[in-house]
Design a protein. Structure first.
Length: 269
């Protein structure tokens, strides 16, 4: 199967020359195959978001190699990298980053229009994405008239309007209540299964991680795989009551992350 994301021996250090430096990533390794929905977890400050930004080419100060769709971005010129970001990657962040004086459909279309596509050529895709995200009746609404969950749906629709091969999501449910969070995660899973888009999400939530096909944990700057059979297909994947198997899986993953947090706290003391 085709590798969409490849991270090889990646190191990332914060701190200016002559000052105290902090190494966040230490030989991190990660492979995400086409069609996977991978959750990236770890203790607070473990470098989850840092790694995601490196993969997306938003931060290029690192050593090692990162490949997207088979192409190394490590020494890629900015113009070529920008083309990959626009055409192959959809970004979704914790904060929705909507333009407040544009309505729903204009917010969704904005990146594609900036990239040179016409509004007419996007009509069919826009209608389909509005239906998938449940925003058809809200297409003319302004962001201020939407709930947090609805605003995040707009951000997701904006990310997939260009039919990217990869979605990179950073704590996409971090500002949402549990009901809205569950709806967003169901939407992610539908996009992954129906459109075949590869998803890499950073999350601190075990419940959110369970929606993916596999979990990778960052520990001491390195990546550790969590068994895929801990994940639950169908149902609500741990939101609400869930099945006994789902509850057991969530408990097991919670214990893993708790142990990492304790180890991290011990190292700092």
């Amino acid at each position: 199967m085709e590798n969409m994301i490849e991270v090889r021996s990646v190191n990332k250090t914060f701190g200016k020359k002559g000052s105290v430096k902090t190494q966040v990533l230490n030989g991190a390794e990660l492979t995400v195959q086409k069609g996977e929905f991978v959750s990236l977890m770890g203790a607070s400050g473990s470098g989850k978001s840092t790694l995601l930004y490196l993969i997306g080419g938003l931060d290029r100060d690192f050593t090692g190699d990162i490949r997207l769709c088979g192409k190394s971005i490590s020494k890629m010129k900015e113009k070529e990298l920008s083309k990959i970001r626009l055409g192959k990657i959809g970004f979704i962040f914790q904060f929705y980053n909507l333009v407040q004086n544009l309505n729903v459909e204009d917010n969704i279309l904005l990146p594609s229009l900036v990239a040179g596509r016409s509004r007419a050529s996007l009509k069919k895709e826009l209608d389909e994405i509005l239906e998938i995200t449940g925003l058809t009746e809200k297409r003319k609404f302004m962001p201020s008239k939407l709930s947090g969950g609805q605003q995040q749906r707009v951000a997701i629709a904006r990310a997939i309007i260009s039919n990217p091969e990869i979605i990179l999501a950073d704590e996409a449910t971090g500002n949402l209540d549990s009901k809205s969070g569950a709806e967003i995660m169901e939407l992610f899973r539908r996009i992954n299964q129906e459109k075949g888009i590869t998803i890499l999400q950073v999350t601190h939530s075990q419940k959110c991680a369970m929606y993916g096909t596999r979990t990778v944990v960052l520990e001491n700057g390195r990546t550790v795989n969590v068994d895929a059979d801990m994940h639950v297909s169908g149902g609500n994947s741990g939101y609400g009551s869930g099945s006994g198997d789902a509850a057991a899986s969530i408990k097991s993953m919670r214990e893993k992350i708790m142990n990492m947090n304790l180890a991290s706290a011990g190292a700092r003391s």
